[in-house]
Each structure stands twice: as C-alpha cells, then as structure tokens.
Design a protein around this ligand. Structure first.
Ligand SMILES: NC(=O)c1ccc[n+]([C@@H]2O[C@H](COP(=O)([O-])OP(=O)(O)OC[C@H]3O[C@@H](n4cnc5c(N)ncnc54)[C@H](O)[C@@H]3O)[C@@H](O)[C@H]2O)c1
Length: 249
C-alpha cells in the first residue's frame, strides 16, 4: 500500500502503527515538523511541499477542515482515491457544491470513514425514510476548550452551527448529515463532562422503518478530543480498498 497522508498528527501516527506491516510507502505532508515519524518508520518520506507523488494509490486527509479546502482540488484532479477525516469541511455548502462538481470528472473515489461513530450503515440504508437524528456528544471540558465543575450542556443546535463553533470536535455530526443526505434532520447537543474517561456519542435515529439508538464510548488518544476509533475506522477503510470480500458496508 502506498499512501500520502495530509497531516502527521495523532490519527496518522495511529494508522502508521496499525498498518506498519502492510504499508510499502507513506508520504506525509504537514505544515509542522513531523520528522519523528520518519525516524520511527523506515517507509515514511516527509514532503516539504504539497504534491502528490505518482506512485501513490490513495490520499488520506487527517489534518483539518482548512486542509480539506486547501488541497482537495489537487487531489481530485490527480484521480487518486481520497479518504477524508475532517468531514466538517462539507458543512460549507459552497465548498460541498464545488467539490461534488470536481468529483464528477475525477477518476478517483472519495471515502468518508465512519470515524468516531457507528451506525452509519443504518443511516445510509434508511436515508430516504429518516425523520430525525439526535446526536448527544459528551467530552472532557479540556478537549472542548472550556472549564466547568459539573456536567454542563454547552451547545444545542444545528450541525452547521456545531461545526462552526467546534471545528475539531464534531466532524461526526457532519458525517451523519452526509449519510442522512440532510443537514436539517440532524440536531446536536454537546455536553462538557469533567472526569470523563471516554468520549461518548449517543445517537438516536427515528425513521419510518424503525427506531435506533447507538451509544459509543470511545477511548481517546492523548489529545483527549480524538477517539482511537476514528483512526481505527480509517485503517479499516484503507484495508477495504484492497479487499474482494467486504462485510458491513
Ligand atoms: N471524522 C471523525 O470522526 C474524526 C474523528 C477525530 C478527528 N477527526 C479530524 O481529523 C483531523 C486530524 O485529527 P488528529 O487528532 O490527527 O489531529 P492532530 O492535531 O493530532 O494532527 C493534525 C496534523 O495536521 C496538520 N495540519 C493541520 N492543518 C494543516 C494544513 N492546512 N496543511 C498541512 N498540515 C496541516 C497539523 O500540523 C497536525 O500535525 C482533525 O481535523 C480532526 O478534527 C475526525
């Protein structure tokens, strides 16, 4: 597997560790110094400027919403498959429209991993019949950039408002809206919860075909806000690109 990673932070670090034996070459482009990854893995090559090497099979964005906006045009024009973690970029409708137009003529495919949540298979299958989705997210105050003594609801509103206020924390809400093909049907609550051991997402889906509830309690990576599951779901996506027998899609 030959992959270009945009962003060499916690998610990329975890993916490299998990795929150590199956990655042939990992190029990494990051605006910060991430040379430690080159020292740790012999197959890593750090790019000084953003470009897409010819031998790359797939590009993984694990950087930021800004990075998706900055580099997507070049990735789509390259025709490489493209895995995007910072799905929050698609909450900007002008960007979403321009991206979809470019994708029409691209030879590559775009994959949005389920990231830190689950149940997206149900949302995708039922998108036509979904009436509402409520997402209640609990994270530590530190990871949400606030300070509270007891459990406190710090946000309640739409997906677009949520990602605008918490661009690093609530990509999952945008992923859900993309799966449901509706930003309007998804409502978000964010709760700061001191002493929380896990990042928690509580998902309630009401549809004409049934009602579903998922509770995910994710072990966080060192920065507290990123769930280990987000990295592992991307590993699963990358493996799936090569599989001929695919389960759970
Ligand atoms: N979809 C999901 O469920 C989900 C879950 C967790 C995290 N995420 C998102 O994935 C992304 C990566 O998360 P992380 O925990 O690895 O973050 P991180 O902060 O540990 O690492 C991000 C790295 O990307 C680099 N970067 C950011 N913007 C860049 C740009 N414009 N150009 C080049 N490099 C850039 C940073 O310098 C940093 O090294 C974040 O946007 C995060 O919000 C999505």
């Amino acid at each position: 597997m030959r992959v270009l990673f945009i962003g060499g932070g916690r998610i990329t670090g975890t993916i490299l560790k998990e795929l150590e034996t199956s990655i042939e070459r990992a190029y990494i482009y990051d605006k910060m110094n991430v040379n430690h990854l080159k020292d740790r893995y012999h197959f890593v090559k750090i790019l000084k400027d953003f470009n897409i090497p010819n031998d790359v099979e797939c590009v993984v964005e694990a950087a930021s919403i800004e990075a998706v906006k900055e580099y997507s045009e070049e990735v789509l024009k390259s025709g490489k498959d493209y895995v995007i973690l910072s799905s929050g970029a698609f909450a900007n409708i002008d960007f979403l429209t321009a991206f979809m137009e470019l994708l029409e003529t691209s030879e590559g495919r775009v994959f949005i991993p389920s990231g830190a949540i689950g149940g997206l298979d149900v949302v995708v299958a039922l998108s036509k019949w979904i009436e509402s989705i409520d997402l209640i997210t609990r994270k530590s105050p530190q990871s949400l950039g606030c300070s509270v003594e007891e459990e406190t609801e710090i946000f309640s509103g739409s997906v677009l408002e949520a990602i605008e206020r918490f661009p690093k924390n609530i990509n999952v809400a945008v992923t859900l809206a993309l799966a449901a093909k509706s930003f309007e049907k998804v409502r978000v609550k964010i709760i700061a919860s001191p002493g929380l051991k896990f990042n928690e997402h509580n998902l309630r889906i009401l549809s004409r075909m049934g009602e579903y509830e998922f509770i995910l309690r994710n072990k966080p990576l060192e920065n507290q806000r990123t769930s280990l599951l987000a990295a592992l779901s991307t590993v699963a996506t990358l493996r799936r690109l090569k599989e001929k027998f695919v389960v759970g899609v």
